[in-house]
Design a protein around this ligand. Structure first.
Ligand SMILES: *Cc1c(COP(=O)(O)O)cnc(C)c1O
Length: 477
């Protein structure tokens, strides 16, 4: 299996060749040359597999240059009840992603049982083990540099802590994260984790990361890499739980299901699109946004118009506060029949602050063949949905999952079972839960007093020279 760029000007690469990289050199995103197809016989055989074995069956189709034995060891080490047990009963933890049924035909797929209580652990934990394997083979090391306002940074740190050959330098806005988020990250005492609290906003931290990444000499000298959501291995790891969720919600492979996905960078739902392209019987992919509705706008009107940070709202589902969906280019590449010239034309506009419009082109009618639906959910909808689920089913959900359920219930075709993806646990968003329910969410066992643990972080001005000096000093030790 080889990987090509959505912009068409990069030679094909293998899975491990693109594992540690981000964008392709031509500015595009990597995708398989063609999607591996899953046969009916495979679907029948996979229905009863454990999560780890299902992950192996799927990932072996993508990571064809990793020997089977190594890949099997890596997935078995990644998807264990021990890693995915946060606050859940042991019997549930064995399922890794248990399906919770609200009423016949309406389900929640739990994806947030990993160490940082958000679905990003599903892929990031695998990435940590894949990175360690690849670096070990190449006798190389990697210094991951990133900026976070919450979920991604903590998921990366918990995936990379203690890994040979890897250091993580994670920038976060000083004093801007919740006490729980701060404690989650800053209480890590592993010597390969470096938390840097930047006295500024998230954008300042992000700009510092970009500045270092644009210094190619520095980047090469210190083996700087990233773990952002465009990483192909992350997307491929997410394909697995669509299969797992499908099997859990159906009795036979003749049935179809709908998935509802709280979306920001289009990474999660992109994996659903790929699962469908591989042959999983998905009848509907329902994309939910919050008030930052660039993607809902596209699926409703055919216009993709990313917005500036000044038009990005801070909402109570903050992990979906994006104005430009970094994985969306992967879907568009498929929609335009893999015509890289067309993608270059569209992103020529996007990359210079513009928009593109497919209404009135053949692509607009083509879109219906991909079975997407979409909708938007606001603060008040989140509160109402959180309250309804609590009162009707005794189930407490987080604000992002609430966006997905609200839009999923509106957009679903009644004939299809609906699987709503849970993207975080309510414990991460105490304020909004208190506003909706007048009570605090429960903390998973072991996390009750984490705010009181000793914390370790470097406070730094938004100064690129200081950041480079800090990295250099810690890498050469
Ligand atoms: C990252 C994140 C999302 C958005 O996922 P994308 O892959 O960016 O679309 C939704 N909810 C939570 C809790 C997240 O952390």
């Amino acid at each position: 299996m080889k990987y090509i760029s959505t912009r068409g000007n990069t030679p094909a690469k293998t899975f491990t060749e693109i594992l540690l990289g981000g964008l392709a050199p031509d500015g595009g995103l990597y995708l398989p040359e063609q999607y591996p197809q899953v046969t009916r016989a495979e679907l029948d055989a996979w229905r009863s597999l454990s999560y780890a074995d299902l992950a192996f069956a799927l990932l072996t189709k993508f990571a064809t240059d990793i020997p089977s034995d190594s890949l099997r060891t890596i997935v078995r080490k990644t998807y264990t009840a021990e890693v995915y047990c946060n606050g859940r009963a042991e019997s549930n933890a064995r399922d890794i992603t248990p399906l919770r049924t609200l009423e016949p035909g309406v389900h929640i797929l739990e994806l947030s049982n990993g160490p940082t209580l958000a679905f990003k652990d599903m892929a990031m934990q695998l990435l940590g083990n894949l990175f360690e394997y690849a670096l070990d083979k190449q006798h190389d090391e990697l210094n991951i540099l990133g900026a976070t306002s919450g979920d991604t940074g903590s998921a990366a740190e918990y995936a990379m802590r203690g890994k040979r050959g890897i250091r993580v330098f994670m920038l976060s806005p000083h004093g801007k994260m919740s006490g729980f988020q701060r404690a989650q990250m800053y209480s890590l005492q592993d010597p390969n984790i470096y938390n840097i609290a930047v006295t500024g906003m998230f954008d300042d931290a992000q700009d510092m990361v970009k500045a270092v990444s644009n210094d190619h000499a520095f980047k090469a000298k210190y083996n700087i890499g990233t773990v952002n959501s465009i990483n192909w291995a992350r997307v491929s790891a997410q394909v697995v739980y669509y299969f797992k969720g499908y099997f859990a919600a159906t009795k036979s492979n003749d049935e179809q299901v709908a998935f509802s996905v709280p979306s920001g960078n289009f990474g999660n739902i992109c994996a659903g699109h790929i699962a469908r392209m591989m042959g999983l019987p998905i009848g509907q992919l329902i994309l939910a946004t919050n008030e930052n509705d660039v993607l809902d706008e596209f699926f409703r009107t055919g216009i993709y118009r990313p917005r500036g940070t000044d038009h990005t709202y801070e909402t109570s589902s903050p992990s979906m506060d994006i104005s430009k969906a970094s994985n969306f280019e992967r879907f568009m590449f498929d929609l335009v029949g893999r015509d890289a010239a067309k993608v270059r034309e569209f992103w020529g506009k996007v990359d210079t602050g513009g928009a593109f419009d497919i209404k009135g082109s053949p692509y607009w009618s083509e879109l219906s063949n991909f079975h997407f639906a979409s909708g938007m959910s606001r603060h008040q909808d989140r509160l109402t949905t959180i309250r309804e689920l609590w009162e009707e089913y005794g189930v407490m959900i987080d604000p992002h999952t609430a966006d997905g359920i609200k839009v999923g219930m509106e957009q679903r075709r009644p004939s299809l079972p609906l699987v709503c993806l849970e993207t975080a646990l309510p414990a991460k968003f105490e304020e909004t839960i208190a506003e909706a329910l007048g009570r605090q969410p429960e903390r998973p066992a072991g996390l009750e007093g984490i705010e009181a643990l000793p914390q370790r972080c470097e406070v730094m001005d938004a100064d690129v020279a200081k950041l480079k000096a800090y990295i250099a000093a810690n890498v050469s030790q």
